[in-house]
Ligand binder design. Sequence first.
Ligand SMILES: O=P(O)(O)OC[C@H]1O[C@H](O)[C@H](O)[C@@H](O)[C@@H]1O
Length: 287
Amino acid sequence: MVATNYLSYTDSGALYGKPGLDLLLVETALCRAVIALQGAQVLEFTARDCAPLLWLSPAARFAPGSSVRGGVPVCLPWFGENRADPSKPKHGLVRGQSWTLESDEQHEDGRVLLRLSFSHPGDEVFAPSFHCSLTIGLGAALTFDLELTNTADVAAEYSWALHSYFAVDNVDTVQVEGLSGVEYLDKTTGFSRDRLEGNLNFSGEVDRVFEQAPAEQTILTQSPIHTRSENCHTVITWNPGAELAATMADVGPHYAGFVCVEHGNAFANSWQLAAGETTGAHLELAR
Ligand SMILES: O=P(O)(O)OC[C@H]1O[C@H](O)[C@H](O)[C@@H](O)[C@@H]1O
């Protein structure tokens, strides 16, 4: 592993006083970012002259095998509960696995691109084998290019999301624009179906899956956050609210500082990949 003038290798003990995970630190004229090799999880991203884009829980734990609460965990090869077997880990398996940094480069415009990859051999947790790579772009915006290949010799279904935790002033006043008129499944009421009219507000526990969602949303907080995606047809919006957060050791009273607006393809939008087929998606996040 070679450090460059924009990339250094560190760990969660050095950055957060909580040892456990290896981290990449990128510092350029355009931004500062922290990425965990476990799960290819971006933990922090702050563009120059902007407020931090992402929320990282002050109570986050940095333990091998479990996802860190905050940043952008990658949920794959299934999103949420495994519907065929709910005893399997929530949100798939890649977020708790160590990824490989395949390449890093800095473009003339100052953007840094990190490409991380993960290969699953196929096992009793998820039978099909697959290979995925995530190219993380770090400039004025934070970008993701996900590429997934079904390396199994049979067709397989994949669902996934980039589970972004955005830093907001207060969950009680934040609104999400760009989902009006879209149908959603409400996880708090047994996945009943409803349609949002107007902006989304967060009051108490909100856990909604919007299928066939538009490509752009704006999170209206003091310094608005813009999201733009390509080939991500599902948006999931989540905040546990005070009561549920109190039962989560790594959230607790800090729940008011974030909203999750997650982009991917899940439920009706899940990917059906033929043997050997590759497909991809793009996401851009910025204040
Ligand atoms: O606690 P986690 O496994 O990271 O999941 C956190 C949340 O992720 C998504 O937003 C789901 O829709 C929620 O139901 C879930 O509670």
